[in-house]
Structure formats: structure tokens, C-alpha cells
Design a binder for this molecule. Structure first.
Ligand code: BDR
Ligand code: CA
Length: 330
């Protein structure tokens, strides 16, 4: 199994990442940290605990409070996309049956997880990079023990902030933390970026929504159906997406299947290029938060960040249906 730590800000698409991280048999989810992002940190923490309760995983997966605010910028949330709770659109979220884990900090918890699986663990980051960058700034000796950092973030030819059309939300909310990871040569080559160029192809169409429900009946299916519907309406209003919302975050798991040789490249179909990237940090720049390409390497090089452009999306959706199936039976 692939040992992973998930740092997230749930979030409708983060919810799908949690589902797949919990139920795809190739992964061993060691813990979750929740950071500010789609909503304030206390809300994303509540959402993660509630989702784990809905999936009956609350006794197995510890959740820690991650980064509470960006390194330099003021915190900015995304109510236009995720609603004020960060996970609006359903009445089916249960009260959490387990609290946040408080016996250690998220820094200590992530550090312990990395020390338990040195060289084989990967961090999956589906919110800002603040938690991951803070961990590695405080404990630089952990850098060499992480296999990959798979990040939903950035855009090479696409952005999704109306204020700044060239930037992607997760990088834009803390570009300084993003650069800590992306500009460090020891870290950048461990990073797998899943940018908007790729995620905008993973649309939860009407067909997907129907499939989520029609494969069987369970509260969990109805919950995810509600989330997809709300997400689709938000994306239509806020970003002009007519066919459904792009389900960004769970895509971060799929390159790992390919790079850990759990699945054949033909099956996963992850296509990528290697770049040195830099996020624009100047507050007054019209390109604040943009991930700029500084240099390109050949694909077989060990240098630069792996940046994804394509994936086998049929495989991806089938894994979503599969995980819902398994989760609905528990
Ligand atoms: C990213 O921003 C958030 O709104 C989503 O959860 C995703 O992680 C997309 O830009
Ligand atoms: Ca997210």
C-alpha cells in the first residue's frame, strides 16, 4: 500500500479526495490535517470530522488542526464556490462522532508519520501549501524522507480567480508557502503538481451525478450527490462552467498509483512535463499567485516539478464509483 498523509481544506472536491484516500485499496491513509482555505480552519476541521463520520472512518483516521492562516497574506476563503460552511448544499452531514486529535500538533503528527515510513510516504496536498511548507521549514531533515508531495494547485495556461485570471486558488492564497516547496531543488523534484490544466477535464457531468445515485441507495451516495449538485451550480454561477464542476482534488492520488508502480502507465494515463516553477508573490502584481514556468526539463530528467496535463478520466470516475460502492456497504 502507498502510505499517505492528506492535508486538505474540505471543500466539496476535498471530500472526494478523502473518500478515495479512505476506500481505494492501494492507499493507506495515515492521518489528515485540515487547514484554512475553502473556509476558516475550524470549519474545514469540522467538515473533515463530519465526512469521516459519514464514512464510518472516524475511529480509524486521526484528524489534526493544520495551518490556521497563510504565511504572509491575510486569509481568503471561497464561499462563492463552497458556501459559507465550506461544504454547503446538503443536510446529510452528521455531527462528528470523534473530535480533533489534540495529543500532538499537526507538525508532530506528520513528522511521526514520515518517520514511520521513511522514503515511502507521500504527502497529498489539496489545499494551500501552508501546512506542508511549515512542517518542512521547521523540520528540514524530513525532506529526504518524503517520496512525493502530490499537490492540487497552480495552472500553466489556466487560472480560476476572478480577481486574477492567471492564478489558481490554492497557490494564490499562500504563494510564499508554495514557493518554499516549489523553489527548493530538493523538494521541487519530489513535487507532482496537478494543475487546473488537468483538473478542468474532470467534470462531474449530469451523467456522473446520476451514476452516483443510480448505482445503489445509501445516505453516503445521497450526500455526495448533494455535494456534486451544489458544486456544479456554484461553478456555473461563479466560473461559467455549464456542464458541471471540475473535481480537482482527488486527482492528486492518481499519479501516485503510476509512480509507485501500483498500476500501469497505460491504465492511469498520467501525462506530464517537468518544469521549474515559481509563484508570483508581489501583492500588487496583476499576476499574484500565478505559477510561472522558469525552465523546462526533458521528461526523463530527475529535475524540476512533475506537472500533469492528462489522465485516464474514465479510470478516475470508475474509481469514484467503486469507492462509493465500498463506502456504502460499511
Ligand atoms: C482548489 O481550490 C479549492 O476551492 C478546491 O478545493 C481545490 O483544492 C481548486 O482551485
Ligand atoms: Ca481543496
Amino acid at each position: 500500500k502507498i502510505p499517505i498523509w492528506l492535508d486538505c481544506d474540505p471543500g466539496h472536491d476535498d471530500a472526494v479526495a478523502i473518500l478515495l484516500a479512505c476506500f481505494l485499496p492501494e492507499f493507506e491513509l495515515l492521518g489528515i490535517s485540515t487547514s484554512y482555505g475553502n473556509a476558516a480552519a475550524e470549519k474545514t476541521a469540522y467538515n473533515a470530522l463530519s465526512l469521516l463520520t459519514a464514512m464510518d472512518k472516524h475511529n480509524q483516521i486521526p484528524v489534526y488542526a493544520g495551518a490556521q492562516k497563510p504565511w504572509v497574506r491575510d486569509a481568503i476563503y471561497a464561499p462563492d464556490i463552497h458556501g459559507h460552511s465550506g461544504l454547503d448544499g446538503t443536510t446529510l452531514l452528521p455531527d462528528p462522532k470523534a473530535p480533533l486529535s489534540t495529543e500532538k500538533t499537526y507538525i508532530q503528527a506528520m513528522s511521526d508519520a514520515i518517520e514511520a515510513y521513511p522514503g515511502s510516504i507521500s504527502i497529498v496536498s489539496t489545499g494551500s501549501l501552508t501546512s506542508t511548507a511549515t512542517l518542512l521549514r521547521e523540520r528540514p531533515c524530513l525532506k529526504s524522507k518524503i517520496k512525493f508531495i502530490s499537490i492540487m494547485g497552480g495552472g500553466i495556461c489556466v487560472g480560476n480567480r476572478n480577481e486574477n485570471e492567471t492564478a489558481e486558488f490554492n497557490i494564490w492564497i499562500d504563494p510564499q508557502a508554495a514557493n518554499f516547496v516549489l523553489e527548493d531543488p530538493d523538494l521541487s523534484r519530489k513535487c507532482i503538481l496537478v494543475p487546473l490544466d488537468l483538473t478542468h477535464k474532470a467534470i462531474a457531468t449530469k451523467l456522473v451525478e446520476q451514476r452516483v445515485l443510480s448505482d445503489g441507495h445509501s445516505n453516503l451516495r445521497k450526500l455526495f450527490y448533494d455535494l456534486f449538485i451544489f458544486f456544479g451550480v456554484s461553478y456555473e454561477h461563479a466560473q461559467g462552467f455549464e456542464n458541471g464542476a471540475p473535481v480537482h482534488d482527488p486527482l492528486t492520488l492518481f499519479p501516485l498509483l503510476q509512480f509507485y508502480h501500483m498500476k500501469k502507465p497505460e491504465e492511469i494515463g498520467f501525462c506530464y512535463r517537468r518544469f521549474d516553477l515559481k509563484a508570483i508573490t508581489q501583492e500588487r502584481s496583476p499576476d499574484l499567485g500565478q505559477t510561472t514556468v522558469m525552465k523546462e526539463y526533458s521528461q526523463d530528467s530527475n529535475e524540476g516539478t512533475i506537472v500533469g496535463f492528462d489522465l485516464n478520466f474514465d479510470y478516475f470516475w470508475n474509481q469514484v464509483y467503486y469507492a462509493l460502492d465500498v463506502a456504502s456497504q460499511v
